[in-house]
Ligand binder design. Structure first.
Ligand SMILES: NC(=O)c1ccc[n+]([C@@H]2O[C@H](COP(=O)([O-])OP(=O)(O)OC[C@H]3O[C@@H](n4cnc5c(N)ncnc54)[C@H](OP(=O)(O)O)[C@@H]3O)[C@@H](O)[C@H]2O)c1
Length: 235
């Protein structure tokens, strides 16, 4: 019998959490990696700080043990770090940290799991609208989200012939703590952001979860970027 596994980062809240719930409901075995335990019944949790060098070695044995029964594995790289910085203020240290969480940790996780991944498996990146455009004051984030697309495309080429596909799903403004923290919790700014979306609302994390599941289960999307932003109004 096929044992389908989801290994997801960042399911302690937001898009990752909604995604873990959706895959659980679809009878996947779900393993989460984040600092906090999502406390979701049925989700196996590994506590790790993706910003800290050596995290991958620390989780390798447990992950390998839990994946021993897996025949198909979906990896979803949802954990993300968003800082406010720009060309003048971005520090080397912050740039390293954002690249570590958003780009290097996904590469490390892929390498840990790849030997266990059979045909039918998938590697899904959670990018951003800012994977293909930029706004001011998000220098490290924009840089890292563009890099995710490059890595996804490189993975697609490297995995040719293995039956493993990869996609970068790029959410627009989604109602999570990342977004609300970014605007200092201001309901006014959130409403203003929503007014820049053709549907005049933010995206629900569950809508992103459904999009990620589609990407994971449809190999025809291999190598592509899926924008999922409810239509942003062009200014
Ligand atoms: N919300 C949006 O509007 C939006 C738009 C475009 C793209 N995205 C992308 O969507 C993804 C999910 O975002 P979200 O809005 O759901 O964010 P969120 O609510 O802030 O959740 C982020 C998740 O990442 C984990 N994480 C962050 N730093 C980590 C670290 N150092 N080590 C381990 N885990 C870490 C957090 O877990 P712990 O804190 O427990 O470690 C948390 O579960 C991100 O990649 C984000 O860039 C979001």
């Amino acid at each position: 019998m096929t044992q389908k596994f989801l290994v997801i980062t960042g399911a302690s809240r937001g898009i990752g959490r909604a995604t873990a719930e959706l895959f659980l409901a679809a009878d996947y075995q779900v393993i989460n990696i984040s600092r906090r335990d999502p406390q979701l019944e049925g989700v196996r949790h590994i506590s790790a700080d993706l910003a800290v060098t050596g995290w991958a070695e620390a989780v390798a044995d447990k992950l390998k043990q839990w994946l021993a029964a897996a025949s198909q594995i979906t990896i979803i790289h949802s954990a993300g770090l968003l800082l406010k910085d720009n060309i003048e203020t971005v520090s080397a240290e912050d740039l390293h940290r954002v690249m570590q969480v958003n780009v290097i940790a996904p590469a490390e996780l892929n390498q840990l799991i790849l030997p266990s991944m059979a045909a039918g498996s998938a590697i899904i990146y959670v990018g951003s609208t800012l994977s293909e455009k930029a706004v001011a004051n998000s220098c490290s984030y924009v840089t890292s989200k563009h890099a995710m697309v490059g890595m996804m495309r490189a993975n697609c080429q490297d995995l040719s012939g293995k039956g493993i596909h990869t996609v970068c799903v790029c959410p627009g403004f989604t109602e999570t703590e990342m977004l609300s923290d970014h605007v200092g919790g201001s309901q006014e700014i959130l409403a203003d952001i929503a007014s820049g979306v053709t549907f005049n609302r933010l995206i629900e994390p569950s809508e992103m979860a459904a999009t990620l599941k589609f990407a994971a289960e449809n190999p025809v999307m291999n190598g592509s970027i899926m924008h999922a932003n409810l239509g942003q109004i062009e200014s």
